[in-house]
Design a binder for this molecule. Structure first.
Ligand SMILES: *[C@@H]1O[C@H](CO)[C@@H](O)[C@H](O)[C@H]1NC(C)=O
Ligand SMILES: *[C@@H]1O[C@H](CO)[C@@H](O)[C@H](O)[C@H]1NC(C)=O
Ligand SMILES: *[C@@H]1O[C@H](CO)[C@@H](O)[C@H](O)[C@H]1NC(C)=O
Length: 436
């Protein structure tokens, strides 16, 4: 394990483990290692305070998962939220799916600003009245009250996974979703909890033959029959559910042959894909591995069309990153709303942005300093020995306990959400003008 900050500063359970905007970006949900979900809502623009526009404030907090014990396997099941996905809004209520390693839950979030009063058989606290005191019948009425956000569990999708769930993805048909674990992918109907269809199974007959695991999976944003999954060997498989019920035969395999001159003991570990995301257009896929982010064209399987170095200066440090387990960190990646900029995290609370058109890139830092109102994010630079400019940070001074694994980009605006250990940073607008 990479050492975490002292407990006094940050409780383990407060560490943010996922961040997700809803489809219009007005709501933002985070999940943490303690099984909690916090929902933030964007405040409407206020004429008096123009700078408060777009601020996200806490809307609701609830406990989604509790620690459990699997008695059959004598295993503890952590409450940590691995992923959250919003469902497209269909009525006044909002719905989201949250998952830990094993169990997926569907939550309904509703607002209530009225309360019924004047029941015949119970008092205002809900206790049954002494029936002998009830002498006449009254009609209960709805009385206004302060806005209350209610979160209720609607469905629990349990027992679908033997291994750890790493991703969930809602289909564009809005009726089904899939969940992927290390070896299998299941398809669920949102209304049916007691059965799911296994659509990918890579478990070998003999577990000793296991050489590859599924690391992430996502539905195509527009074609409900297509989905992709990534693997620990650095490949992507695009599957078509129309072709067959069990998609073990992928329709396309995206893989880049390894550069033999770069081959080392760590090659396979660092090529493992930690995240895959379709572009909003549906034409491209974005993948993150330990040192790079790559853009793949759905029409070209032989190699990515773009490769960006996230922190190439770590290539010479892989040995110590292996020893402290950091090499297994799973960084996520994100597209901006128009698919022209890519964002992903790094160490030292740094995150990187790559402009696909101008080919410019920038390193930014999530810090208290940069999150002050109206502060402008200053680009940071990491230097490797040699010449050092003012404000540069040496690669040996990077703090590997501060890592930005989870990031999200507002679907239509230049607003980004960055999870840095137990802090959530939301930056707006100015970030891109700062690229160099
Ligand atoms: C996202 O949340 C906002 C704020 O409640 C809501 O108005 C909007 O409909 C939601 N978008 C979707 C697509 O669910
Ligand atoms: C090989 O390593 C060099 C840096 O040492 C890097 O620039 C290059 O992208 C690597 N090649 C591949 C295919 O990863
Ligand atoms: C994506 O980034 C580009 C470049 O900064 C910007 O012009 C565009 O407005 C961004 N798109 C969205 C939807 O935020």
């Amino acid at each position: 394990r990479c050492v975490l900050p002292p407990l006094s500063k940050c409780r383990w359970s407060d560490i943010i483990s996922t961040v997700e905007f809803n489809h219009t970006g007005e709501l933002l949900a985070t999940g943490d290692k303690g099984g909690r979900v916090v929902i933030f809502q964007r405040e409407p623009e206020s004429k008096n305070e123009p700078y408060s526009q777009g601020e996200y404030n806490v809307y609701s907090t609830f406990q989604s998962h509790e620690p459990e014990f699997d008695y059959l396997k004598s295993l503890e099941i952590e409450e940590k939220i691995n992923k959250i996905k919003w469902l497209p809004q269909q009525n006044a209520a909002h719905s989201l799916l949250s998952t830990n390693d094993k169990t997926i839950k569907l939550w309904k979030i509703t607002e209530r600003d009225k309360r019924p009063e004047g029941y015949n058989l119970k008092d205002e606290e809900g206790k049954l009245k002494d029936l002998s005191t009830v002498t006449s019948l009254q009609v209960p009425v709805l009385k206004p009250m302060d806005l209350m956000v209610e979160v209720t569990p609607r469905r629990i999708f349990a027992n679908g996974h033997t291994y750890h769930v790493n991703s969930i993805s809602v289909n564009s048909d809005c009726e089904t979703y899939m969940s992927a674990d290390d070896l299998r992918i299941n398809l669920w109907h949102l209304a049916i909890t007691d059965r799911s269809f296994n659509i990918v199974d890579i478990k070998p007959a003999n577990m000793e033959d296991l050489t590859e695991v599924i690391t992430a999976s996502e539905f195509h944003p527009h074609h409900c029959n297509l989905f992709v999954y990534s693997s620990s060997k650095g490949s992507l498989r695009l599957c078509d559910m129309r072709a067959s019920a069990l998609c073990d035969k992928h329709s396309k395999l995206f893989e880049e042959p390894e550069d033999p001159s770069n081959r080392s003991f760590f090659s396979e570990i660092i090529s493992s894909v930690s995240d895959v995301k379709f572009s909003h257009s549906g034409r491209y896929m974005l993948t993150r591995d330990y040192l790079t982010v790559k853009v793949w064209d759905l029409n070209m399987e032989t190699k990515p069309i773009e490769t960006y170095q996230v922190h190439d200066y770590l290539r010479s440090k892989l040995c110590s990153l292996y020893e402290n387990d950091c090499i297994f960190d799973k960084f996520e990646c994100a597209w901006n709303g128009s698919d022209s900029v890519i964002m992903t995290g790094a160490y030292n609370n740094f995150f990187r942005m790559f402009d696909r058109n101008t080919k410019r890139d920038v390193t930014l830092e999530a810090s208290r300093e940069s999150s002050k109102p109206r502060a402008i994010l200053k680009p940071r630079r990491v230097c490797v020995g040699g010449k050092r400019r003012k404000d540069d940070i040496n690669v040996d001074s990077l703090d590997f306990t501060k890592k930005i694994l989870h990031t999200a980009w507002h679907p239509t605006e230049n607003i980004i959400a960055i999870a840095a250990t137990n802090n959530l940073y939301i930056f707006q607008d100015k970030v891109n003008s700062e690229m160099h």
